[in-house]
Design a protein around this ligand. Structure first.
Ligand code: FES
Ligand code: MG
Length: 577
């Protein structure tokens, strides 16, 4: 039982209360903005960290939604201050938003640390923004609640439902195969994203917001409310009200983000048919929270938790809008409750078990029962072997089952442009049994592990009707992607991992059930190739990229910066005022 804070204990009071020259400066500058002491004195100052921008379609409603949050903060007796954070629009930021996840995390941490704020509402949703905001808020340590942007509405084309990403890849292959017209393609383009909000397939956005909820950092069932649904502004206002109370209760991320909370998130990830990106982000988040969570925890969960969310791309039909109407995440969690740590604390001040009490599922086809899963094991599998001593990842629920055990000759590409040119070459020496390999696309090599891991099927094979092949890389792939793609090979090729030593024609074997991935080349031959290997040239000579490549961790460690990790050096502490 913790006691409630008194107004004099507020962190913001360090700025605003003292009868000294600094206090004078802070108060007079508040008054410059038209506020009177009644607005802020003795009230929790709630930062609203808004990742809106004019070029982020997934967050475009945040410009208005922030007013709902402010309304909630004011109602509960707090003082809201909107602060812009870097807006990472997945589709526009190149080479990949992953390069900037840690930059946003640093932005959040330092904004919160340096300003007179007592708690924070984190507004995010598009892919990397969820982990980034949570990473930063965790390190800042103030009471924090996550406000998910919510999925966009289902896409629509000729009366057919379209899913973000997944249908883009699918119809692109059809266009390359010549089975749809140019006009069809243009119409798909116009119908696939028809409201604000995040991707509505089980991509990284839907995955990570669900995991934010499973970890206990959102309001119950907040993560799947469609962005245009009136429930969304109501939830936003409640985030504001709740943030104020969390300050009085001193309900910090440290009290919520236990190891059990992260294990809950891993369990939910498996049941959701989550994006492969979940692995990297959750490991980073857990390590920031000081919890020892790694690939082994995913591997354990993947053996026992079935995929029950019938949402594309693991599922065959439904999208996040359907998932919400079917009961949302509390409905799903009620079905896997025996796998969850129900006593984990959440932002509501109640346990996860209390939050999901009475939750129901309204459509057993969208959220399946444990007895009738869409895939009997978890969504992800971690493979190890001489090709990936520190592991790699596959999403067996989203690939053709015949590839779960496969041996084929490697076809190796050293970089993305040469791969892209080759797959369109009608004379490419390739069969459907080949293992397409892309390397130098990892954390340092990419840089930032771009989502290149779903290598395109070579055009000549597409024409023959081939739609899936084994592909292997140290890159990531979009959560909306699918296929027999082995990703996140660690250590990456760019730093001399075994992937760097593969040559076209070498045999690669994978066995998902045995969780192995191996290169059929002798240790002596590999040693010989290793001695010949020279590191590729540096990617950056200056700036953020230079810092990034020096400090980024490998995929199996969550790709955090070493100096941001919790056990790096002494705690920063509060700023001098
Ligand atoms: Fe923003 Fe998919 S592009 S969530
Ligand atoms: Mg994505």
């Amino acid at each position: 039982m913790t006691t409630r804070k008194a107004p004099g204990d507020l962190r913001s009071a360090r700025w605003f209360a003292p009868d000294d020259l600094r206090g004078f400066g802070h108060r007079s500058r508040m008054m410059q903005m038209g506020y009177a002491p009644q607005d802020w004195a003795g009230k929790p100052v709630i930062a609203i960290l808004n990742t809106w921008s004019d070029i982020n379609p997934c967050h475009s409603h945040f410009k208005q939604r922030v007013d709902d949050v402010k309304r909630g903060v004011l109602q509960a007796g707090g003082f809201p201050v909107e602060m812009p954070g870097i807006s990472l629009a997945e589709n526009f930021v190149k080479p990949t938003t992953m390069l900037y996840r840690n930059l946003l995390a640093m932005d959040v941490e330092e904004l919160l640390r340096s300003h007179p704020v007592d708690g924070v509402v984190l507004m995010g949703g598009c892919d990397k923004t969820t982990p980034a905001l949570l990473l930063g808020a965790t390190s800042a340590g103030l009471p924090a609640i996550y406000l998910p942007a919510g999925p966009m509405l289902r896409g629509n084309w000729k009366g057919k439902v379209l899913g973000s990403g997944s249908d883009a890849w699918k119809f692109w292959d059809e266009r390359r195969a010549g089975t749809i017209s140019d006009q069809d393609w243009v119409n798909v383009e116009a119908g696939i994203a028809r409201s604000h909000g995040t991707c509505m397939t089980m991509g990284t956005a839907a995955t990570m917001t669900a995991l934010a909820e499973a970890v206990g950092m959102t309001l119950p069932n907040a993560s799947s409310i469609p962005a245009p649904d009136a429930n969304h502004p109501r939830m936003s206002a409640e985030c504001g009200r709740r943030a104020v109370e969390m300050v009085w209760e001193d309900l910090t991320p440290a009290r919520i983000q236990t190891r059990e909370a992260f294990l809950n998130a891993i369990t939910v990830a498996m049941a959701m048919g989550c994006s492969t990106n979940a692995i990297i982000h959750l490991i980073a988040m857990a390590r920031r929270a000081g919890q020892d969570v790694g690939l082994d925890d995913f591997e354990r969960a993947s053996r026992i938790v079935p995929v029950i969310a019938n949402v594309r791309p693991s599922g065959d039909r439904y999208l996040m809008e359907d998932f919400f109407y079917a009961g949302g995440l509390i409905g799903l969690m009620s079905r896997i409750r025996e796998h969850l740590h129900l006593d984990a604390m959440t932002v509501t001040g109640r346990t996860l078990g209390e939050n999901i009490e009475g939750a129901e599922v309204y459509n057993d086809d969208v959220i399946r029962t444990i007895e009738n899963p869409i895939y009997a094991e978890g969504a992800l599998a971690v493979l190890k072997g001489n090709l990936a001593p520190d592991g790699c990842v596959i999403k067996p629920s989203a690939c053709e089952p015949r590839f779960l055990r496969h041996t084929g000759p490697a076809l190796v590409f050293d970089d993305y442009p040469s791969m892209k040119a080759a797959v369109d070459d009608e004379d490419l020496d390739v069969t459907a049994d080949h293992v397409l390999i892309l390397r130098n696309a990892g954390p340092q090599g990419g840089p930032g592990m771009p989502e290149w891991g779903m290598l395109p099927i070579p055009k000549k094979l597409v024409r023959q009707g081939v739609r899936d092949m084994v592909r292997l890389s140290d890159a990531r792939m979009s959560g909306t992607s699918y296929g027999a793609c082995i990703l996140h090979v660690s250590p990456e090729a760019y730093i001399g991992g075994p992937l760097a030593l593969v040559r076209t024609g070498d045999l690669v074997s994978l066995d998902v059930n045995a969780r192995t991935i191996n290169l059929d080349v002798s240790e002596e031959e590999l040693a010989r190739r290793r001695a010949e290997w020279t590191p590729p040239p540096a990617r950056f000579e200056r700036g953020y990229g230079w810092m990034f490549t020096r400090h980024i961790r490998q995929a199996h460690e969550g790709c955090d910066f070493d100096f941001l990790e919790t056990d790096f050096g002494a705690p920063v502490g509060e700023p001098a005022i």
